[in-house]
Write a protein that binds this ligand. Structure first.
Ligand code: BTN
Length: 281
């Protein structure tokens, strides 16, 4: 007879379901914290090992990209930071972030049987609304070694009323997406997602912080992309730039054929896609 899957995330429950390298690493499970990325930074500065994982039930100061806030109510989402490193040589942080997006998208698909899309570079979408964001940061330790912190926030059990008004029409949760389809998610979803993401990261990213197979990963990323072929808008030197997203190159750059005739390559930043997350033009 199968043992029931635990509902709560704990070091024991994660390790019981993991059968690879993370299972002998530190997995720190916290109740409330300001931000798991802040906690990870402090650990790195104190000299912790790579492949350490921090998960919290809730965050009082969850941080998003571009200085935004990541609303992190207790029990409603997966708030996890994965420390990778030390980074050797010229490894690309951009590509690792794209790898993390694939890891999350694959794990969500495994959980609910439907594939999310990725809005370049690392927003994960269900039915065109954001279900997960990834904040990647590089932190230097006292020995001069660089570590990568992959901060992953997934809205899992959040209901409509858990989202602030200004993001209600752009954000979703796995619960909300499934409820709209008349389906339910299990109480173990956060745990299964955490285990799934760690397992995917272990497959996709090598110990020395490279994508295990760049070509395969980038092909997968392109297939999952919500951006490719779409009409997009981004800010270039304080001016709005519009065009069509042509390609994602093997260095992770988004190539855009702009309306002014120029072809531009973006390595980071924010790109709106027509018809997605409230952008209409
Ligand atoms: C985004 O803006 O899309 C990125 C959001 C990242 C949120 C996660 S939640 C876990 C980790 N800790 C943080 O403070 N932020 C990241």
């Amino acid at each position: 007879m199968h043992k029931p899957i635990p509902k709560r995330i704990s070091e024991g429950s994660i390790k019981e379901l993991l059968d690879f390298s993370f299972s002998d690493r530190r997995i720190i499970c916290l109740d409330m914290i300001d931000s798991t990325n802040n906690y990870a930074k402090k650990l790195i500065e104190q000299g912790c090992d790579g492949w350490t994982v921090i998960v919290a039930e809730g965050q009082s100061n969850g941080r998003g990209r571009l200085g935004r806030t990541w609303v992190s109510p207790k029990g409603k989402g997966l708030y996890m930071s994965v420390i990778l490193g030390p980074v050797s040589g010229q490894n690309s942080c951009n590509l690792i972030t794209l790898g993390a997006s694939i890891a999350v998208a694959n794990s969500i698909k495994k959980l609910i049987g439907e594939s999310p899309k990725i809005k370049w570079p690392n927003d994960i979408l269900l039915d065109g609304s954001k279900v997960c964001g990834i904040l990647t940061e590089i932190v230097l330790n006292s020995k001069g070694q660089n570590y990568i912190v992959l901060g992953i926030g997934v809205n899992v059990h959040a209901k409509e009323q858990d989202f602030p008004d200004d993001i209600k029409n752009k954000a979703t949760s796995i619960h909300k997406f499934m409820e709209e389809k008349g389906r339910r998610i299990s109480d173990s979803s956060k745990l299964l997602l955490a285990v799934g993401i760690l397992s995917e990261i272990d497959n996709l990213i090598t110990e020395d912080c490279r994508l295990s197979d760049v070509n395969v990963a980038m092909d997968t990323y392109r297939k999952l992309s919500a951006s490719l072929g779409g009409r997009v808008m981004f800010i270039n030197k304080e001016r709005e730039c519009k065009g069509i997203a042509l390609d994602i190159e093997s260095d992770g750059a988004l190539v855009i054929q702009c309306d002014d005739g120029e072809i531009r390559k973006l390595f980071s930043g924010e790109v709106s896609i027509r018809g997605i997350m409230g952008y209409v033009d």
